[in-house]
Design a protein around this ligand. Structure first.
Ligand code: PRX
Length: 636
């Protein structure tokens, strides 16, 4: 059976009793009004459901087959069709009323703002497309993007998609080594970066980090640098160009590449159970179908909304619900580059009020951080514009859900707890605004998705009992492969339990069929909603000269969900000290980047292992949390 749940089960069980029914106004307005009916209807023929959803997009040439299973698990959707992700997100709005609408509102921590209409964004993207074509970027090439949350990141992504080159966005909280590993795996030709970004008033010099990475990457032929905060940076004019110079004088018109529906649109690296991250591949055809249908239904978009997803474009949430989703839907996306509590703990609520945000989509860790400041901060802001709230990235505990509902949504905005993954591309288990909600539950699978909770043999788990969360059918925005590693794709997702997609999560279903996600069943960590592999962190420790071996685990944290604790064996003759602990923490942070915050380090003589030499992190964790050790028969 899966590992012990991290969630407070008593709180969850109590919460599973109470239903938060949608108000009459919400139902009257909703794109979908009858929850049970739509679920039943889609379940009768999911392929038909998704094919209907695909009609919301533009296809240069229609498909001949909706779903091709002939080479499973390399499933193909909408085969025979021609399309383009950027065309659907941008070009098709030009010449319609949408072109005058604001596509992007941007604000940074210091209060600077910029806005782009759809037409302006289209023109900016075209200039970049022409610039990139001018340096030889073409269909199938890879382009790395290492940038803060600024409009140019959207432009870079859209320009790549328009050409048919794959973007590989690397979260700006990753280190030079992590960036270099990802660039080298994808053999990216071009790198987009910026001089810097502000965080808590401090400047992060991204360009220095990018420079260190590029030294290790032979494939990079050009680095395009956005002047974001006028930092003094090293500049090598042979390799580098300022973004503004790169687009200067370029034409504002550019031809869009007509792609096969199954042509890859982007690769996004995510952590798995080994130290090497996986390059998750998404495609031009199916990905936008999943993203558009979910954003429209889960957040009830009509077309005139201001949509704010507080994630970073460097993660899948940012790809799907900061950039592509809102643009596919023709609404306004808000990009905020900064911390939610600078200069004061009400910054986030102030931004909601200032821009009249209609949908706020954030992570439980942020909600819990705001809870610590107290409800008086959201109370300063009326926020009548808010219509729907969303949560993503990790399980939301019922207490945080209720706080969000009461103090932010003022008891009137439904909270959509959306469960999904980098690999799924778009929401998988989530309520719709017309559904009765339970505080802390992601509700039921989205229409057209068939999920279940099963044991290792694939047998349905009894109601209320934990098991492996699996997806039993296929969906358009599903991962197509792992870049350069199809064997790992098969092994990770399709071999664990026969015939189904293995999510790696554990969950249970309650008597009403509501899903309660409990966390990962594998060695993937979720630190403040950010995904990191234990093996990645361990190999960062081992790369320090004082360390022989390390085992790391996630331990529960009231704000971050999980934090990292490391058990470290030192080389002979090295003395354990607090200074060394600090040095190791800094070393891991430099190796992996600021995402890898180590809470605690314990120096140990031995680590619990199996006979084959694998560290039993489960045993470390049970010891740490004072839980039963479980099955230790393989422990040496
Ligand atoms: O464990 C689940 C957790 O985040 C994992 C996916 O991480 P990533 O690929 O980084 O994507 C995060 C944003 C989609 C899942 O396997 N997770 C995500 N959303 C939820 C969640 N756990 C519980 N509830 C959620 N709503």
């Amino acid at each position: 059976m899966p590992k012990q749940s991290q969630r407070d089960l008593t709180e969850v069980l109590l919460s599973s009793q109470k239903l938060y029914k949608p108000s009459k106004e919400i139902i009257k307005e909703a794109n979908v009004r009858d929850y049970d009916k739509i679920l039943k209807q889609a379940a009768r023929d999911p392929e038909k459901f998704w094919a209907e959803a695909a009609l919301d997009l533009h296809w240069f040439k229609p498909w001949t087959k909706i779903l091709d299973k002939s080479k499973k698990p390399f499933y193909k959707w909408f085969t025979g069709a021609k399309c383009n992700l950027a065309y659907n997100a941008l070009d098709r709005h030009i010449g319609t009323d949408i072109e005058k609408k604001t596509a992007i509102i941007w604000e940074d921590e210091t209060g600077k703002t910029r806005k782009y209409t759809y037409l302006e964004l289209y023109q900016e993207v075209n200039k970049l497309v022409n610039g990139l074509r001018g340096i030889g970027v073409k269909k199938g090439d890879r382009v790395a993007v290492y940038m803060p949350n600024i409009p140019e990141i959207a432009m870079a992504m859209l320009a790549c998609a328009k050409i048919g080159a794959m973007h590989s966005v690397v979260y700006a909280g990753f280190s030079a080594t992590a960036l270099a590993d990802r660039i080298n795996d994808a053999k990216a030709k071009v790198l987009f970066t910026a001089d810097g970004s502000f965080r808590r008033g401090k400047v992060i010099n991204l360009k220095d980090i990018a420079d260190d990475a590029v030294k290790q990457c032979k494939s990079i032929k050009k680095v395009i640098v956005v002047k974001n905060n006028n930092e003094k940076i090293n500049f090598n004019p042979k390799l580098e160009t300022w973004y503004d110079d790169f687009v200067k004088g370029q034409s504002m018109e550019a031809k869009c590449a007509q792609m096969d529906s199954e042509d890859p649109a982007f690769v996004l690296y995510t952590s798995g159970t080994t130290s090497k991250p996986k390059g998750v591949v998404h495609v031009h055809g199916g990905y936008p179908v999943g993203v558009l249908r979910t954003i429209k239904w889960v957040f009830d978009l009509k077309g005139d909304e201001i949509f704010w997803c507080t994630a970073d474009p460097g993660w899948i949430t940012g790809h799907s619900y900061i950039i592509y989703g809102p643009l596919l839907a023709g609404v306004t996306t808000l990009m905020y580059e900064g911390m939610p509590d600078i200069p004061q703990p009400d910054r986030i609520w102030q931004v909601v009020e200032k821009y009249k945000v209609n949908v706020l989509y954030t992570a439980p860790t942020l909600i819990r951080a705001m809870m610590k400041y107290g409800p008086e901060w959201p109370a300063k802001h009326a926020m009548p514009s808010l219509k729907i709230l969303g949560s993503v990235g990790e399980p939301i505990n019922p207490e945080a859900w209720k706080w969000y509902y009461k103090y932010v949504g003022k008891n009137r905005c439904p909270v959509m707890d959306t469960w999904w993954q980098t690999e799924t591309g778009s929401h998988m288990i989530t309520p719709l605004p017309c559904a009765p909600l339970k505080a802390g539950s992601a509700c039921k699978p989205f229409p057209g998705i068939i999920a279940d909770v099963v044991d290792k043999k694939g047998k349905k788990a009894p109601t209320g009992k934990g098991g492996y969360l699996v997806i039993k059918n296929q969906w358009p925005s599903m991962i197509r492969t792992i870049f350069n590693n199809p064997e790992r794709f098969i092994k990770t997702y399709w071999k664990e339990i026969k015939g189904v997609y293995f999510t790696g999560d554990i969950a249970f279903k309650d008597k009403d069929g509501y899903y309660w996600i409990q966390g990962r069943s594998d060695d993937v960590l979720k630190i403040a909603g950010h995904r990191l592999g234990t093996a990645e962190v361990e190999s960062a420790f081992v790369s320090h000269k004082a360390v022989v071996e390390a085992g790391v685990i996630g331990v529960p944290d009231p704000v971050k969900g999980e934090v990292i604790k490391a058990f470290v064996i030192l080389k002979q003759g090295i003395t354990a000290s607090d200074e060394l602990k600090q040095e190791l923490k800094t070393h891991v942070r430099t190796t992996l980047g600021p995402v890898a915050v180590i809470k605690d380090i314990a120096f140990v003589e031995k680590l619990p292992k199996t006979r084959s030499g694998k560290i039993m992190r489960r045993v470390l964790k049970a010891q740490e949390l004072g839980l039963p050790l479980g099955d230790t028969s393989s422990l040496v």
